[in-house]
Write a protein that binds this ligand. Structure first.
Ligand SMILES: [Zn+2]
Length: 1012
């Protein structure tokens, strides 16, 4: 008879025997496991999240300097990773940020590079996401997102021959529709993972097991734009107690029975219970654990040692099944599970992580950096075109360094405005260095083109072109010369758009005796506008701040004239001395203090603005031709920022968070502020000094039917100890029924409804901050008869807080940190010899009112002109410039123009006779009756004097053939999917006819090879 006591003794004896026999100490952990059907599979995904700049600069993070701020060294991660992966071929790792990886790769020996290539080939090391950085999704423009992804993807393709399969946007603060469909599905990703969604949304999705969805981000592309998307249950870190960096305090798996604190059963139990709780909120029997977080795996072995043990012991235990995995393996497992997934449309904005924690401040944070990023982005597009016309130089100046700087600036702590100040400075410095090199490229190309040397190749051109990157602050030494000594200023005006364009050029000049002529020598109508003190002060202060010089000349006027420029080409204009003065604007003070002056009207064409004499403000918008008449008021206001109230739950407004303290305060002009009205043949302007730190110009330009508003805001006063967030608002009488539309990364417009979310019943805690959305391109609203649109020159936050009203937050200056990690108050300053003042921001926005259904054309076509301003280059000429130079040029056939609904968003010389061409249809389906249609582009005319040898359509990031991508695309089942209208896309390109069709919202990317 065997008693239970005997069994106990037996077990004890057995264990003692076991201990003795295992004294050899070596345990071969069984990590070979793959997916086991019928069990809960816990996909362990080892990863590190390496911010391309945040608390430290990208280079400091890479080399591991400045560790007093944050102990982080990416070099350690990558160095220690390789031996850790080699130690066990079952271990896996994903790497994301190519800006870091490329730094490291360049420094490795051939031997190490070969080893890494093997690790990539075997799937142990997988590149995912694969852009230079994990770009932000709110403050980024789609063209920048494409460019930075392309840069990373093509590098990976060239070095490793692989194409990343997975979108991995685990840290950005809310997620955009454009990310899902354009930078996801159109790149060829099979899935997209992220972490940050609204806390109310997350709670509901956990309940309904709908954290994982099929996301259909595009109205125009319907189901063909779907991508499997997963929001993590909490964040992108491991479950609590499973952190294994060297100094982390999670209990390690102590499995040496000769040592104290043996804990294998406890640790296995904890693992199983964490897995089961996640399984409770997840469909299918696959769950993912993101094993890592910010800058982890600096000593990779510490993580892998524990993961080896977990896989070994958890699988011995058998209740759940653990395996080394990657998001690709996980995605394939989800796909194989044959589940029908809930569908998600639109986007995940705005993001709140708790009550009062709306991450909508960063839509505007660092507005000057945001403006600089957008401006350099447009410049980069134009510079690449000009670089292509000349032929890219590998050794000389080229656009590569600007490409790199712009890519890094898209990071989710860069253009978002959420880095520390010294890091923001680093981003701006990189952009400036990149710009300077691109500027040389542009100057050289224009010199070649004007010297007519394109066909024979360009040697060393003689002409030296200057450009004026500080033209926005009216600083342009090239145009401020004294013409009276016979100088003849040559202005070459380049148009990066594919259609002919007329636009007003505005340059500062030193005196009034000037005349403008076109390339035929014909006098061109011009207008001089006296430069107000507000602009001169801004100019001189910032010239000193940026250049360290005080300008010796004070220009007296802006010279404005209309330039007409061919598609992808340039025109030339001359400014020279005149016997008599040019047309100086008629200037009158319309609203003097104390006077009851009459109302007045401004505007040169169809569009008029009416100002009230009684109140001295804009009251009406009238476009007689379009039969639009609307009452309108435009003002400024500020939101006092919530500060630190001393409580634990305090939520201050900060770099990320917008938390107004109560309602807004109007910023009323002190007393009666005079309106200065300037009128002339080119432009009418109304200047208004709102107060000592806000100055505004309202501009109506000949031939344009929109209003341009230029504002100077700052330094925002903080001497009352209150941070302030400045918004401008325009009120109309449109009955917009709580509904407005904002763009997704400058592309699709998404419907927003105030105090409402489609996906859950919104509990409104922040009636303003919770209704703010990112605006990269524009915002509009409509009623039964009209639509009112506002377009912006950079990313800003904005909303429609009242029916008929639109507001944009243009600047913010804050005194507290908002406790999301940056640990600095967003209080930007500008310094001249160590004396600093609060940052001033100069920017523009544009608005227009159209009859219902007619607004899209302006938003799209003119919107593209805002993104791609005319590029100006200046030089001086003694004699007759036109006698010895090419004065008019078009890169395409002179009889040809791209359709108005298509833009060339990339024209880039790839070397070896290859060119990257990206064409974008600018309209959504149904947006405009005439322009939301299929368009055709004749490549033979685009590349007029070249012979196309081969044309290959590639995916959006140009790392694989489009057809290949289509073949691999995973199709997902969707719950309750309904029939949809047929999706339209352009057909294949016939290599003989060479005509590219584009359907609404379609972007097509081609690698084109030319015969020499
Ligand atoms: Zn991050």
């Amino acid at each position: 008879m065997v008693t239970s006591m005997d069994i106990g003794v037996w077990i004890l004896l057995f264990l003692v025997g076991f201990i003795h026999s295992s004294e050899s100490k070596y345990i071969a952990y069984n990590t070979t496991s793959t997916i086991v059907p019928g069990k809960l599979n816990v996909h362990l995904v080892p990863h590190t999240h390496d911010d391309v700049g945040w608390l430290k600069t990208i280079d400091q993070y890479y080399v591991g300097s400045n560790n007093s701020i944050q102990g982080a060294c990416v070099q350690n991660v990558l160095d220690s990773l390789i031996p850790a992966l080699l130690a066990d071929k079952n271990r896996k790792f994903i790497y994301v940020e190519q800006a870091f990886f490329q730094r490291w790769w360049r420094e490795q020996s051939e031997v190490v590079q070969k080893t890494v290539k093997q690790l990539v080939n075997s799937g142990q090391l997988e590149f995912i996401n694969g852009g230079m950085c994990m770009h932000d999704e709110a403050a980024t423009h789609y063209i920048d997102m494409i460019d930075q992804t392309t840069l990373g993807h093509r590098f990976i393709k060239e070095e490793f021959g692989v194409t990343p399969r997975i979108g991995w946007q685990i840290d950005p603060f809310g997620h955009s529709a454009v990310q899902a469909y354009l930078l996801g599905a159109e790149v060829g990703f099979d899935s997209l993972f992220f972490a940050r969604i609204d806390y109310q949304d997350r709670a509901k999705r956990k309940d309904e097991k709908s954290l994982e969805v099929v996301w259909q981000g595009s109205k125009s592309f319907g189901s063909s734009s779907q991508i499997f998307s997963g929001a993590f249950p909490e964040n992108y870190e491991p479950p609590s107690n499973f952190y294994f960096e060297v100094n982390d305090d999670s209990p390690i798996v102590q499995d040496d029975i000769n040592l104290f604190d043996y804990n294998v059963p406890e640790r296995v139990n904890e693992f199983v219970s964490a897995a089961l709780s996640q399984a409770n909120i997840t469909r299918t029997n696959h769950i993912m654990w993101t094993m890592g977080t910010d800058f982890k795996y600096q000593y990779a072995e510490t993580w892998f040692r524990q993961l080896d043990k977990f896989i070994h012991y958890v699988n011995q235990d058998g209740r759940v099944h653990a395996l080394y995995s990657t998001p690709s393996i996980y995605t394939d497992a989800k796909h194989a599970a044959n589940e029908a997934w809930p569908i998600k449309t639109d986007d995940y904005f705005p993001y709140a992580d708790r009550v009062n924690g709306y991450w909508t401040g960063y839509f505007t944070s660092r507005p000057a950096l945001k403006g600089y990023v957008r401006w350099t982005s447009g410049y980069y597009l134009a510079a690449r075109q000009l670089e292509y016309f000349k032929g890219k130089s590998a050794s000389g100046p080229n656009t590569d360094s600007l490409a790199d700087a712009l890519a890094i600036a898209q990071h989710h702590d860069a253009v978002s405005g959420t880095s520390k100040q010294h890091v923001a400075n680093d981003y701006a410095k990189r952009l400036s260095i990149g710009y300077t090199e691109a500027e040389k490229t542009v100057a050289a190309s224009l010199a070649c083109l004007t010297e007519g040397a394109t066909k024979t190749g360009c040697g060393t051109p003689q002409v030296k072109f200057q450009q004026c990157p500080l033209l926005n602050i009216s600083y342009c030494p090239a145009s401020e010369v004294n013409f009276s000594d016979g100088k003849n200023l040559v202005v070459v005006v380049y148009n990066p758009l594919g259609w002919k364009r007329e636009d007003v050029i505005r340059i500062p000049v030193a005196n009034e005796k000037v005349v403008v002529r076109d390339s035929n020598g014909k006098k061109v109508q011009s207008q001089l506008l006296p430069i107000p003190d507000a602009f001169l002060g801004l100019r001189n202060y910032h010239a000193a701040a940026y250049l360290g010089i005080s300008p010796s000349v004070n220009p007296k006027y802006w010279l404005a004239f209309s330039a007409i420029v061919p598609p992808l080409g340039f025109s030339t204009y001359y400014v020279s001395n005149a016997k008599k003065s040019a047309n100086i604007s008629d200037r009158h003070i319309a609203y003097k203090s104390g006077s009851q002056s009459d109302g007045f009207e401004v505007g040169l064409g169809n569009l008029k603005l009416i100002y009230s004499g009684k109140e001295g403000k804009l009251t009406q918008y009238i476009n007689r031709k379009r039969k639009v008449k609307e009452s309108l008021e435009q003002t400024y206001k500020y939101y006092p920022s919530y500060g630190d109230d001393g409580t634990i739950t305090a939520q201050a407004s900060g770099a990320y968070i917008f938390r107004p303290n109560g309602s807004s305060f109007p910023i009323k002009p002190n007393g009666k502020s005079p309106l200065t009205v300037l009128r002339g043949p080119i432009v009418h302007e109304v200047h208004q000094k709102i107060n000592s730190w806000i100055y505004q110009t309202t501009r109506l330009v000949k031939g344009k039917e929109h209003v341009e508003v230029e504002f100077i805001v700052g330094p925002i006063p903080i001497d009352d100890g209150v941070g302030k967030e400045i918004a401008t608002e325009i009120k109309t009488n449109l009955t917009s029924s709580k509904t407005f539309y904002t763009d997704s990364n400058g592309r699709d417009f998404i419907e927003r409804v105030r105090d409402y979310r489609k996906d859950w019943n919104l509990e409104v805690n922040q009636p303003v901050a919770g209704n703010y959305y990112p605006i990269n391109h524009g915002i509009y609203l409509k009623d039964k008869s009209k639509e009112f649109s506002v377009l912006v020159d950079r990313s800003v936050g904005g909303s429609s807080i009242l029916d008929g009203q639109v507001e944009l937050m243009v600047h913010r200056r804050l005194l507290n940190d908002d406790s999301r990690g940056v640990a600095e108050a967003l209080n930007e300053t500008v310094c001249v010899s160590d004396k600093c003042t609060g940052l001033t921001v100069l920017g523009k926005y544009y608005f227009r009112i159209d009859p219902i259904g007619e607004g899209a054309r302006w938003r799209r076509t003119f919107g593209q002109e805002i993104y791609s301003p005319l590029l100006l280059a200046f030089t001086e000429s003694e004699g007759n410039w036109g006698d010895s130079h090419v004065t008019t040029f078009s890169g395409i056939d002179s009889s040809y123009s791209l359709p108005e609904n298509v833009a060339v968003i990339t024209l880039q010389d790839l070397g070896d006779g290859n060119v990257l061409l990206r064409l974008a249809h600018l309209y959504e389906i149904g947006e405009d009756i005439h322009l939301s249609i299929k368009s055709s582009i004749e490549l033979k005319k685009v590349f007029r004097d070249k012979q196309i040898n081969k044309i290959t359509e590639v995916n959006l990031s140009a790392n694989q053939e489009r057809a290949e991508m289509e073949k691999k695309r995973l199709v997902w089942q969707v719950k309750g999917s309904s029939r949809e209208p047929e999706v339209s896309r352009g057909g294949p390109v016939d290599p003989e006819k060479l005509i590219v069709e584009l359907s609404p919202m379609e972007i097509r990317t081609f690698v084109i090879n030319f015969n020499h």
